[in-house]
Design a protein around this ligand. Structure first.
Ligand code: ZN
Length: 283
């Protein structure tokens, strides 16, 4: 019997590998994204530094500016709240010296930007904002918004927080200036010139179980009967798995093993990426 050519075998192996990979990718994409991970925006990161392109987007009539005021998002409230936005020419009349527009991305052909209006003392008294929406805490309305709008507001909130807390260089103390349509801040002291990129801090949330029982916790100030899976921040020099085990031990005294990653989502309260895990209680 003639031996199978090696090239054919390799090709078949590659084809099988590619098919397996495609199935795995399909499987991972089939999982429904978590709540604040569904903006549908194309971030167009390769065009952020193209000032002429950004100008053209801002000149387009349909472009949406999502305002943020002191960590609150602009929303039309009611039984079915929705994200409110401003036209670029209206937003341009409201920005202060450092309040440049931040490019978020493009969705369904419409450019989305955010703007921080925190310098305004009382937005309710600003005619350009009157009747267009109210500034509300995203956590109080997030679950009532459509997932794409909730995700876009979370993204805007996260960037506004980062800009407000990085107005000065952490290396030399000089003021920083916005670049790359809001995705970079650069130290204005030419002797320093440090670049500062938006930060997201890892936090873990974990469902610890044993048999058919799950380990939950609650804070004293929470409403009656409200419980949550345990959560906490990852510390420097620590793996995610170690953070899960340490937080569970610190909060409950329970030892865990078999820590398994589940999925993640942006968690801009104020600046986290929330990473979800399962773990087994062994004590
Ligand atoms: Zn500096």
């Amino acid at each position: 019997m003639e031996k199978e050519p090696v090239v054919g075998t390799v090709r078949e192996h590659l084809n099988r590998t590619i098919a397996d990979h495609a199935r795995l990718c399909q499987f991972s994409l089939m999982r429904r994204p978590n709540y604040y991970d569904q903006s549908g925006l194309d971030r167009m990161s390769e065009r952020r530094s193209d000032a002429a392109w950004i100008e053209r987007l801002l000149a387009a009539g349909e472009t949406r500016i999502m305002p943020v005021w002191r960590a609150r998002n602009f929303v039309v409230s009611g039984t079915a709240p929705r994200a409110a936005h401003l036209a670029a020419e209206v937003a341009a009349t409201l920005v202060d010296g450092d309040g440049h527009l931040v490019f978020l991305g493009i969705k369904d052909g419409i450019a989305h930007f955010s703007v921080d209006l925190s310098h305004i003392e009382n937005p309710a008294e600003v005619p350009a904002l009157a009747g267009r929406g109210k500034f509300v805490e995203l956590r109080s309305v997030g679950a009532l918004l459509s997932r794409d709008e909730g995700s876009i507001l979370a993204y805007a909130r996260a960037l506004a927080h980062w800009h407000r807390h990085h107005r000065f260089c952490g290396k030399c103390g000089a003021p920083t200036a916005m670049r790359e349509s809001g995705h970079l801040r650069v130290c204005t002291d030419s002797a320093c010139g440090a670049h500062h990129f938006p930060r997201t801090d890892p936090a873990v949330i974990m469902l610890v179980s044993r048999g058919d029982r799950a380990l939950l916790g609650r804070k004293p100030e929470w409403v009656k009967d409200m419980y949550s899976a345990l959560a906490g921040f990852v510390e420097p020099g620590e793996s995610l798995e170690a953070a899960v085990a340490r937080e569970v031990m610190e909060e409950t005294g329970v030892v865990v093993s078999n820590v398994r990653y589940q999925s993640s989502q942006p968690w801009p309260f104020p600046a986290s990426l929330m990473l979800g895990f399962y773990a087994d209680a062994i004590s």
